[in-house]
Ligand binder design. Structure first.
Ligand SMILES: [Zn+2]
Length: 178
């Protein structure tokens, strides 16, 4: 690497650190001529995938953005950063396997929802409602109902039931007098 200060091409690597998902390596280098220290990043070359939005605009699919949307949906939920990172890796791998250059945003939305559904029901519902995958409220409630009836998910997530109940049946206060 060419030193940014003196232009010499000789340096030594003093530290190498791989990112958590293994997609990049950060190297701390020291110029052998002037001692200047600088950092380089080695990134895995990936075929760039484009997201086609509803308005037909296109933008590159970014892992960071994907992770942000999952983190946002999981805010204050018992979901670890690690779980989210893994979910994002899974989604990215799934999308890359499509071997297409472009992917519809709705396709990504569905992949995210499938992951969140298995991770945390509240995060899932939040994401789904923000994402507007649902045509109307009826479809949305139907989806929650299906989830609660699903023995794999519903039974383990009583809190979702509470949310639904609270929304559909606001608590009625009764007076003790007769
Ligand atoms: Zn130098």
């Amino acid at each position: 690497m060419r030193c940014v200060r003196c232009g010499t091409h000789e340096d030594k690597v003093i530290d190498s650190r791989s990112s958590k998902d293994g997609s990049s390596i950060r190297r701390r280098r020291e110029c052998l001529h002037c001692g200047h220290r600088f950092t380089t990043y080695e990134v895995l070359e990936q075929r760039e995938l484009f997201v086609v939005k509803r308005d037909n605009s296109r933008q590159p699919l970014e892992r960071t953005k994907l992770l942000q949307s999952l983190s946002k949906a999981s805010e204050k939920r018992p979901v670890s950063r690690e779980t989210l990172e893994e979910a994002v890796d899974g989604i990215m791998a799934e999308l890359e396997e499509l071997s297409e250059k472009e992917v519809q945003s709705s396709r990504i939305g569905l992949a995210v929802m499938r992951k969140l559904k298995a991770i945390d029901p509240v995060a899932y519902v939040r994401y789904a409602s923000v994402y507007r995958e649902f045509q109307d409220v009826g479809e949305f409630i139907e989806e929650i109902r299906t989830m609660n009836n699903d023995p794999l998910h519903g039974a383990h997530h009583p809190e979702l039931f509470k949310i639904k109940e609270a929304k559909l049946n606001p608590p009625v206060t009764t007076s003790p007098s007769t």
